[in-house]
Design a protein around this ligand. Structure first.
Ligand code: CU
Length: 489
């Protein structure tokens, strides 16, 4: 009667004993390995010195691999310098190492970082650095405050693995961050992160300018807009187009891509997404937690994430902040270009319905209010310049930087027989939109271009730019021509 439960008891006892044996065996295995495992990263000894390799985005330094912990010397120079926010718009950036985001720093657990922060003599302001990977007051800020023409030095032991943000923390802190003073420091675990084929550095930031998005000239920082969190630009790697066209990051079919993604803020949280990809793995918030099969990952201001995915099919994959107006209207858009063999099983690439056009409503229906009176372009050169700016803001997301279009989705404007055949038809397309099948350079497209909310002069300039670029017919389009087409309908 009791035999059944008894047997079960004996069984479980045996199971327990064998489990214990296994545990003992496993521990002795580790012991036999004679590898000292430090329970406390602070105890990891360093031997020898090494100058840290620093890189500007989208590049990252060489992986740490199996190297031992070292005294790692970081030489970081702060430079205040004018740069381009987008075509025709410049901005005075404050930078760690000359780039926004600042130089990427790559360390491993146990490293002892000797940080040299140099403030260039031509700079106007004092700065400092707060690294989120530092255990200590202010993350280093209190020890690194440095006036122009001076250098500050401090050191710290790298204790926790992960991907960390660093930033300037000099008052007014928000303003220093808003001007581009942030970057990433990676702390690899002992033995390094698993090997991948491609690694890139991407960091989002929001910018606040006196003028509105696209207003030309040198734009000063706007404190009121920054306080109101009313960003004019939201960008990857410091400017509109830092990761598009020729600046796109690249990979080959079959490769694994790892993106170190940070968000400098100062204000906005990023809904980071790659159109047409699924993240196989995300190291959530840059820490140890690995989430799998993720579509969009949240990257807080002052936070980071490591995302990884294998690219299976060729094409252009668009990196966005999926708060989507930021992507298509404020600049938070980058590109990963993948080359290699198509795989029709994974993606047919031929079906005509269902083209994903998130930019459809975004750019066109933006309520602009009354159009601002803009300076009129007089010369062809001016028309080209203004037209190019409109192109890069309005048309480029679909027709691409060199007018090459995207196969099966957006027809090319470069050497377009369709464009060159009839100027009035082109004006009508921009004015009123276009649907239905068309053939451009022998390829058929059957899609939708919504009407573009632009003034007559803007349309004249952008079309003049298109006609005078990329091997087209050099047609000059005037505002009067656009006006007469507009009134025609
Ligand atoms: Cu600063």
């Amino acid at each position: 009667m009791y035999s059944e439960p008894k047997r079960t008891k004996i069984k479980s006892l045996m199971a327990m004993v064998s489990l214990m044996c296994l545990l003992v065996f496993a521990t002795s295995c580790i012991d036999n390995n004679k590898k000292t495992v430090y329970e406390n990263a602070a105890d990891i000894p360093v031997n020898r010195e090494m100058i840290a390799e620093l890189t500007a985005p989208p590049n990252v330094p060489t992986p740490v691999g199996r190297r031992k912990a070292k005294k790692l010397i970081v030489n970081m120079e702060i430079l205040e310098k004018e740069g381009e926010m987008t075509d025709g718009v410049s901005y005075v950036y404050w930078t760690f190492g000359g780039s926004v985001p600042g130089s990427f720093i790559r360390t491993r657990v146990g490293d002892e970082v000797e940080f040299h922060l140099k403030n260039h003599p031509d700079n106007k302001l004092p700065h400092n650095i707060d690294l989120h990977s530092v255990t200590g007051p202010g993350g280093g800020a209190t020890s690194s405050f440095v006036a122009p023409g001076h250098e500050a030095q401090f050191s710290f032991k790298v204790l926790n693995p992960g991907l960390y943000v660093y930033h300037c923390a000099t008052a007014p802190v928000g303003m220093h961050i808003a001007n581009g003073m942030y970057g990433l420091i990676l702390v690899e675990p002992e033995g390094g992160l698993p090997r991948v084929d491609k690694e890139y550095y991407v960091m989002q930031g929001d910018f606040y300018t006196k003028g509105e998005n696209g207003d030309r000239g040198l734009q000063p920082f706007d404190m009121k807009k920054a306080v109101d969190e009313d960003a004019d630009y939201v960008v990857f790697n410091g400017k509109v187009g830092a990761m598009t066209g020729d600046n796109a990051i690249t990979a080959n079919v079959g490769e694994t891509v790892r993106l170190f993604v940070g968000n400098g803020g100062p204000n906005l949280v990023s809904s980071f997404h790659v159109i047409g990809e699924i993240f196989d793995e995300v190291r959530v918030e840059g820490g140890d937690l690995i989430n799998k099969n993720v579509q969009t990952t949240l990257i807080p201001a002052g936070g980071a994430a490591i995302v990884e995915f294998t690219v299976d099919v060729p094409g252009t994959f668009i990196l966005v902040d999926h708060s989507i107006f930021r992507a298509f209207n404020k600049g938070a858009l980058g590109m990963l270009k993948v080359q290699g063999e198509e795989n029709k099983t994974i993606y047919s690439g031929t079906q005509e319905e269902g083209i994903y056009q998130p930019e459809g409503g975004g750019i066109q229906e933006l309520p602009n209010g009354d159009p601002e009176p803009v300076a009129s372009a007089k010369t062809l050169q001016e028309k080209m310049e203004y037209g190019r700016a409109t192109y890069m803001q309005t048309c480029f997301a679909c027709h691409q930087a060199e007018g090459q279009g995207i196969s099966n989705a957006f027809p090319p404007l470069a050497k377009s027989d369709y464009l060159n055949a009839d100027v009035n038809r082109s004006i009508d397309i921009v004015l009123f939109g276009k649907t239905g099948e068309i053939t451009v350079n022998g390829q058929t497209y059957n899609s939708v271009m919504t009407k573009q909310d632009l003034t007559d002069e803007e349309i004249a300039n952008v079309l003049t730019f298109v006609y005078n670029s990329w091997g087209n017919s050099k047609q000059d389009v005037t505002p009067a021509m656009v006006r007469s087409r507009r009134n025609n309908k």
